[in-house]
Design a protein around this ligand. Sequence first.
Ligand code: GUN
Ligand code: ZN
Length: 429
Amino acid sequence: MKAYRGALLRFNEQQQAVYDNDGLLVVGPDAQGRTVVRAVGDHGSLIDRFAGVAVEDLRGCLIAPGFVDLHVHYPQTDVIGSPADGLLPWLENYTFPHESRFADKVYARGVADFFFDELTRHGVTTALTFSTSHPASVDAAFEAARERGLRFITGKCLQDRHSPDGVRDQTEQSLIDTESLIRRWHGVDRLGYAITPRFAPSCTDAQLRGAGELAAKYPDVWIQSHVAENRDEVRWVAELYPSARSYLSVYGDFGLLRERALYAHCIWFDEQDRALMARTGSAAAISPTSNLFLGSGFFDYAAADAAGMKYGLASDVGGGTSLSPFHTMLAAYYVGREGLSKPGISLAPGRLWWQHTTGAAAALGLEGVVGNLQPGCEADFVVLDPQATPLLARRTQQAASLDELLFAFIVLGDDRAVRRTVIAGQVQP
Ligand code: GUN
Ligand code: ZN
């Protein structure tokens, strides 16, 4: 066992932030040999119970749950910052040509190593990630994540139409590949598989039907896709599926809405779409830096809450502009103020932080497993330095409340504030 003393942040069952100014986090093996949180709370009340345990002194820093990124494309690491008029030209001109390189496993592994180093350097310890349509890109990512001990989920993109040579796959083979990747990787160490139809316009009916059949056959596998991101895309789906009630209902019609189904964006929804998300237990991966960068629109928090939809935050790199959870939370704050149905929502900092940790884990069906520092959670955490930059130091010194402290990190923080990332009890280099 090992213990860490410092300021501590975690979340209670009411989704509220709990803060110990002088806290103690004790980690150690559970009955299955996983490294988990054994105890957490006020240092003074806990320390006698752990008299023989080595305590590292991190006073002056904030120990917080590792961040959970609900939607990111590791193969788009080198696509960040590619400007375009909107989603569809961005895909055609930058993203698809770049992704064609991931047929080469050695190339894919090089990008995966860089991506995971960056992700952990930014304090992200769990990610639901797209690979490309090439099975080799999935193997490369899983192998790199496994070496790092990460809890990590990815899948092979399904895209058998409206995709150029080099990334377009073949219907039957794509489903065979998906099932063999599920069998090879799902549940190995901390890895999980996600059935990954890229988006409805890139998949034939036969491919979506096959994806839905696999989802029914493997109910604890994840599903990930994109929906209702951009108005041109929504119009295109209406042309392709004239009898569908909405873009989202296309996925429902093929059995792709259920618990553990994560849909990026969810912007151009109506009330029936939101009710369908809530009823099926599907969750939204809100991607605010991407939505601002590509001019896609603003996620409507008030309407999502009214419908009882699950959601959490995501970087959506390379449409998104940063892997930093602080940048994503700040962008979500801006977006929350633009809500379509009820303008002017001001998201509290604890709420934003929850959406990128405990709330994101709940959206994945991994509550109590990652995204929090309650007893039994896997020991993935970050050590944040409130003095990382002169301005952050100055602002955090004057913080008069937890909200002010968290807001200072959200507004002024970046990778410099992440002094250390710990995965399953192991400090990342
Ligand atoms: N829709 C289909 N593919 C993509 C993608 O790679 N990024 C985003 N943002 N939207 C998509
Ligand atoms: Zn995406």
